[in-house]
Ligand binder design. Structure first.
Ligand code: SAH
Length: 237
């Protein structure tokens, strides 16, 4: 019966090898994610739920293959179509400013690579995300589903928001606006926050706008930032 032993050994070896590589890859990324979390703490991110979400989300799947080795650098990178995957610090900062409560209904403008979306879902958001570029919308929607993130992705112009799903507890804009999207303000619950980069030209600042009541809003300046522009309309394939 030595052939049986040989076959068993060969099967065992095969399993061992195919298991070994992904496990090793994962360990490498887990270590890098932990290091990134420490770096973000050092840069002032304090929310434990945000840091935990960053620790969980595999950024290597949201970045172009050629840049995979840089997935855990605290930097923004191009993702094609003139767009970028946001810098982890910016993702963490915007998420922290939202002050998420578990199950908050959140609207995200600019799905892009899906990294910020994944972090929001991991931090407990019930997420609705809009992207204006159809190809990005389709690719990212599929990727997020494959990775097991539950959210609703829409193709459309974020300036319009999602009137049928409103009101939202929180709204996050991940592209730089040169005007305040008025329709989005109307889709915010009283007591809710909208976090957005806003300003004329290249000089954007991060703002958190709180809806105080039906007609009044309060704006807090949360510092300088850089973003790709928020554009009107949609781009089809
Ligand atoms: N959160 C993304 C950031 C992507 S960059 C990430 O982590 O990868 C900003 C994205 O906003 C781009 O994909 C861009 O196409 C999109 N965008 C710009 N203007 C928009 C609009 N009016 N509506 C919806 N998406 C918009």
């Amino acid at each position: 019966m030595s052939w049986v032993n040989d076959m068993m050994r060969s099967l065992k070896d095969k399993t061992a090898i195919s298991d070994f590589i992904p496990v090793n890859e994962e360990l490498k990324y887990i270590t890098r994610r932990k290091r990134l979390v420490e770096e973000l703490k050092g840069k002032g991110i304090q929310s434990s739920s945000v840091l935990e979400a960053i620790k969980q989300v595999p950024r290597q799947y949201f970045i172009t293959d050629a840049l995979i080795e840089f997935a855990y650098q605290d930097k923004a990178y191009p993702i094609g179509a003139g767009q970028t995957i946001s810098q982890p610090y910016t993702v963490a900062r915007q998420t922290e400013l939202l002050d998420l409560k578990p199950g908050d209904k959140v609207l995200e403008i600019g799905t892009g690579s899906g990294y910020q979306s994944a972090v929001l879902v991991a931090a407990g958001a019930n997420l609705f995300s809009i992207e204006r570029q159809e190809d990005l919308h389709l690719i990212t929607k599929r990727k997020l589903k494959e990775l097991g993130y539950e959210l609703k992705c829409f193709f459309g112009d974020g300036f319009e928001g999602l009137p049928n799903e409103a009101p939202f507890d929180k709204i996050i804009v991940t592209a730089g606006a040169s005007e305040i999207p008025e329709k989005l303000l109307r889709q915010l619950k009283v007591g809710g926050y909208m976090v957005l980069p806003y300003g004329t030209g290249n000089k954007k600042r991060m703002y958190r706008i709180e809806r105080l009541n039906q007609t009044e809003f309060e704006r807090k300046d949360c510092g300088a930032c850089a973003f790709v522009p928020m554009l009107r309309g949609t781009e089809k394939l």
